[in-house]
Design a binder for this molecule. Structure first.
Ligand code: IMP
Ligand code: MG
Length: 184
């Protein structure tokens, strides 16, 4: 077992995106989604666990009727590099056939996780399938994934907070920070 750090931000070297900047961008994304999905049967699919705050904030910024569902897939273990191995840990509760599905994801790195997810969900015949990612690291992309909505493009740094973890810690930071320095 690693020792429990004294403070929740032990290991944060820098704040990359402040809390109010995240909130402002999510308001814009919510308005955009609401415009695009007016009159549609919108279902937000949250990819656990990293996208929980993003989902919670985004859905309240979308002034439309909508439903949510959750899915958990394996990506990284305690390492900061993608294994490329993707597994469904928790599947959706309901069918998505004929629904207008918007995948809500925390971050796209190599794109391996999402390209797998998109392939799987396409096979279930949704009326439409799009992606909304809070963060994307374009320099790291190995698989091309069509992302309709992006919160922020970020450089190739390992980030934590606002749902994002390193070895399951740091999810409760209210901002997006860079992992590094003491305690990392
Ligand atoms: P990908 O398959 O390489 O695109 O990785 C996607 C998943 O890896 C994300 O959903 C995150 O869970 C995790 N991930 C990628 N980059 C980071 C990061 O900088 N911080 C925390 N988690 C990350
Ligand atoms: Mg994730």
């Amino acid at each position: 077992m690693t020792p429990v750090p004294a403070r929740r931000d032990d290991g944060v070297s820098e704040v990359l995106i402040a809390e109010d900047a995240i909130a402002a961008r999510i308001r814009e994304l919510g308005a955009e989604v609401a415009r695009d999905y007016a009159g549609k049967d919108l279902l937000l699919i949250c990819v656990l666990k990293g996208a929980i705050f993003f989902l919670a904030d985004l859905m309240r910024a979308i002034e439309l009727p909508l439903e949510i569902d959750f899915m958990a897939i394996s990506s990284y273990g305690a390492s900061t590099d993608s294994s490329g191995v993707v597994r469904i840990l928790k599947d959706l509760d309901a069918s998505i056939e004929g629904r207008d599905v918007l995948i809500v994801e925390d971050i796209i790195d190599s794109g391996l996780t999402l390209s797998y997810l998109v392939r799987t969900l396409r096979g279930r015949k949704p009326a439409s399938l799009e992606i909304c990612a809070l963060l994307t690291k374009p320099d790291r992309r190995e698989m091309d994934v069509p992302v309709r909505y992006v919160g922020f493009e970020i450089p190739d740094r390992f980030v934590i907070g606002y749902g994002l973890d390193f070895a399951e810690r740091y999810r409760n930071l209210p901002y997006v920070g860079v992992l590094g320095g003491e305690g990392a």
